[in-house]
Write a protein that binds this ligand. Structure first.
Ligand code: ARG
Length: 457
């Protein structure tokens, strides 16, 4: 295919340079956006009498046919074209003749590519939001199932305090809720139309940018034409939302990996989401979780990539900006693939209540409750804390737990201990007393589940 820019320049680019310059191998996936944008542009040109209604109708017809043919597979995208914009315009002109040559009036590929990318990201943001919601549903349903399953909560990966497995899962639901808020907010800034900014300076034609923006479902137009074609912060913002989401998925994946290890055995994944080993017959590996964790690195790379491409670019359009597409495509594809595998993986995972309870019983995770018991009986918290520390030390030496220590032994450490201490340190009670807002008690977790479900209703 020829070049759209054979004006003063001869267009005789050497093969290696031509290949290097070309973007069609990756921007071909913008064909739908490019055609939709061009249809709106032709309509606007006719609406302002810049081209005739007849020409506009020929363009719209021609473009509609091209879209149908690409979708049905009868028209193959010719990768010898420089980019998708070239391919569509050249194909249009080949099909409808001179009218096709009028399409590029009052626009440039600079505003065209920015438009296509914004349209693509609007759609991808909606797709991702839908997929996060599906994951949140899996997580909240699982949390509900295990809202009373006692386990140990960890700090420093050391057993810390008793919680419920449902409470832990709901922590991820809240992270994902914020991810949704971030993408929704980012959408507002993507939803601004750059078309009509032209190369950088606007145009002498009497265009109607608002009309074109409305036709394409944008909220408004870029108010500075130089900014409109130079700006890619919406790309960086989208990838940064993706990176934060991946970070959450990666932490969740890491916990699933710990929980499914033989050392923990808190969780078992369905066979549908695990693999085996080619040599060790006993293995059931949580590859999907590992891949989610690993792919997080890619998305971070995409973010670093786009920020680095943009850093130091003078205004307005520079060819460097062509590098935005592979990065943002990769980030969107990766995030969607991770969400797609994560939601059913969580929906099908089973927690082992017995193992979690056993782990919770062994690590003195009710020591805080023991200190609170003494504090409520009048001992200042700091000294209660110290006494309980000594009790834990004693238990370790004797091979006992707080539950198996006799009242006589307790009394050696403080007169304040009575028979009621056993109820206070009962793990289930420890959980259900934590009714403070956001706490681990079943009633509190139920409120959290209800809140998240309402937010997504
Ligand atoms: N393929 C180009 C890109 O992705 C399209 C814009 C070309 N503009 C130009 N002035 N050469 O950025």
């Amino acid at each position: 295919m020829g070049k759209l820019w054979q004006g003063f320049a001869s267009g005789k680019v050497c093969e290696i340079a031509d290949d290097f310059n070309s973007s069609i191998k990756f921007d071909k996936r913008l064909f739908k956006q490019d055609i939709t944008g061009s249809i709106a542009h032709a309509k606007m040109l006719a609406h302002r009498c810049i081209i005739s209604e007849k020409d506009a109708a020929a363009i719209v017809d021609g473009l509609t046919g091209i879209l149908e043919d690409i979708l049905s597979g009868t028209l193959k995208i010719d990768e010898s074209a420089e980019d998708i914009h070239t391919f569509i315009e050249e194909t249009l002109t080949a099909r409808v003749g001179d009218a096709g040559k009028k399409l590029h009036t009052a626009r440039s590929r600079n505003d065209q590519v920015a438009l296509d990318l914004r349209m693509y990201l609007k759609e991808e943001t909606e797709n991702i939001l839908g997929k996060i919601k599906a994951l949140v549903k899996s997580v909240t349903d699982k949390a509900e199932e295990y809202k009373d399953a006692v386990c140990s909560g960890y700090t420093h990966l050391q057993r810390a305090q008793p919680i419920t497995f449902g409470h832990q899962l709901m922590a991820y639901a809240f992270m994902l809720l914020r991810d949704c808020e971030r993408f929704t907010d980012c959408y507002k800034r993507i939803n601004v139309s750059p078309i009509g900014c032209c190369a950088l300076a606007g145009t002498t034609y009497n265009t109607d940018r608002e009309y074109e923006a409305k036709e394409l479902g944008f909220d408004g137009i870029a108010l500075n034409s130089i900014d409109g074609v130079s700006d890619r912060d919406f790309v960086a913002e989208f990838i940064s939302c993706a990176a934060l989401l991946q970070m959450h998925l990666s932490r969740f994946a890491e916990e699933i990996l710990l929980w499914t290890s033989w050392e923990f055995k808190f969780v078992e994944l369905s066979d549908a989401f695990t693999t085996g080993s080619s040599i060790m017959p006993q293995k059931k590996n949580s590859d999907m979780a590992e891949l989610v964790r690993g792919k997080t690195g890619r998305v971070y790379g995409d973010l670093t990539g786009i920020l680095t491409v943009l850093k130091g670019l003078p205004l307005a359009y520079n060819k460097d900006m062509q590098e935005d597409k592979e990065l943002v495509f990769d980030a969107a594809d990766t995030v969607k693939a991770c969400l797609d595998v994560f939601a059913p993986m969580v929906a099908e995972m089973k927690a082992n209540r017995e193992n979690m309870k056993t782990a919770a019983a062994k690590g003195f995770i009710n020591a805080t409750d023991l200190a609170d018991y003494l504090t409520k009986k009048g001992e200042p918290f700091r000294s209660a804390y110290k006494i309980c520390g000594e009790i834990v030390g004693y238990c370790i030496k004797q091979g006992k737990t707080l539950e198996t220590l006799s009242l006589e032994e307790y009394k050696k450490f403080s007169d304040l201990f009575g028979k009621d201490v056993y109820g206070e340190i009962d793990i289930k009670n420890c959980v259900n007393k934590r009714i403070s807002a956001g706490g681990t008690a079943v009633s509190s977790v139920e409120k959290q589940i209800e809140y998240v479900r309402k937010r997504f209703a």
